[in-house]
Design a protein around this ligand. Structure first.
Ligand SMILES: N[C@@H](CCC(=O)N[C@@H](CS)C(=O)NCC(=O)O)C(=O)O
Length: 232
């Protein structure tokens, strides 16, 4: 098993070993991992494999029974998955003093709660988008509005708690800002800034950090091609 707290090097060449990671540039959960790695200056340790190619699709099913990205291959046949697990793994590559997981228990639970909230907002936004992409006569508007109301409640909660959200940089901060980035990427029609000025001010400054900019969302050519092929 690869060591948990450092990036292994090749015994002979001394070069840093790369981790295969199932990832694509439009995946919000993967983005959390990349931001934390980049904040630690360790985002060059990945070799990306997109699940949107036939080989990538076969590989991800082999490595992650849930067939979801991100999945990080620790060693052949043993991948860890779910961004929450991978974020924690990758965080250990950085200096303990800059960890995104506070040592103070109260702060840690706060961070994990915000992580769950940010991820949950992304889950809901994705679900609503998937429902919207079904043929018009098969869509269920109540499903869409139910999911979007989770996003709205999440935004209101973050606005109310903006002092606490903005007080420190944790995995929760990354997840919440990631949810806002995802709304800008996929739900541009939703003007969330209008009713959430505190959140908007916080996020619009945070997103300028190099790690956040470097791993901004990019439409995936591979996904676009895959969807086009499926609709033919
Ligand atoms: N809770 C998971 C969610 C991962 C997830 O749903 N990833 C999407 C891509 S953004 C996926 O792979 N979906 C394929 C599927 O659900 O089959 C995490 O945080 O990693």
């Amino acid at each position: 098993m690869r060591p948990f707290d450092r990036i292994p090097v090749h015994a002979k060449s001394g070069e840093t070993m790369k981790f295969k990671m199932y990832h694509d540039s439009n995946c919000p959960y993967s983005r959390k991992v990349l931001i934390i790695a980049a904040e630690h200056g360790k985002d060059d340790v990945f070799e990306f494999i997109s699940p949107f190619t036939p080989e990538g699709q076969a590989g991800i099913v082999r490595e992650n029974p849930l067939a979801k990205m991100p999945a990080l291959v620790i060693e052949p046949g043993f991948a860890i998955f779910d961004s929450r697990v991978i974020c924690r793994y990758v965080d250990a590559f950085g200096d303990a003093g800059n960890s995104f997981y506070p040592t103070d228990p109260d702060e840690l639970w706060k961070a994990l709660r915000y992580e769950a909230l940010g991820d949950g907002m992304v889950d809901a936004a994705i679900f609503a988008r998937q429902e919207l992409s079904r043929p018009a006569d098969k869509q269920m508007p109540e499903r869409i509005s139910k999911q979007l109301s989770k996003v709205d409640e999440g935004l209101d909660c973050l606005e109310r708690e903006i002092e606490s959200v903005s007080a420190s940089m944790t995995v929760g901060t990354v997840a919440c800002s990631n949810a806002l980035a995802y709304l800008d990427f996929r739900w541009g029609q939703k003007d969330w800034r209008a009713d959430h000025p505190g959140l908007a001010a916080w996020y619009d400054e945070l997103k300028l950090r190099p790690a956040f900019k470097k791993h901004d969302f990019v439409e995936s050519d591979l996904l676009v091609k895959k969807l086009a092929a499926a609709s033919r």
